[in-house]
Design a protein. Sequence first.
Length: 164
Amino acid sequence: MSRFLVLPLVALLINSAAWAETADREKPVNVAADNCVADQKNSQMVCTGNVVLTQGTLVMRADKLTTREDAEGKKFAKGEGRPVRFKQKLDSGEMLDAESLRFDYDEAKGEMLLMDKAWVKKNQDIVIGDVITYNMNTEFYQAQSKNGGRVNITINPKKKDPAK
């Protein structure tokens, strides 16, 4: 039986409406890999081997990255790795780190799905689960564990300013 926990409080891990500095969305995307096959006519690309995607402060590393764009210009991506790693600066200046063995990104839904040995960390706060879903529009997380396992969440108290 699959156990899950919906975590509205975990939205505290993210200060912005997406996993990025707002300015990152306007920056070009660069992909470097050992091999890429691109089908420009159908707006699809498959890259393998030491894949590194950068966009502004976002750095994603994977073994395989598959991307496509629909007719309306919405982007979709899937990735695999041992593991896939994400690092990105938030509008607050803090760094967000995430890792999983696989991921799915759906710009149309505004959703990022991290699967298999997934975790998301901001400062000392961390969410760990088999599947972590993050909706970038609503800032809502869902952490899920499979086969009777459990999710693990650590949220540290904010440090108080001694001058106040």
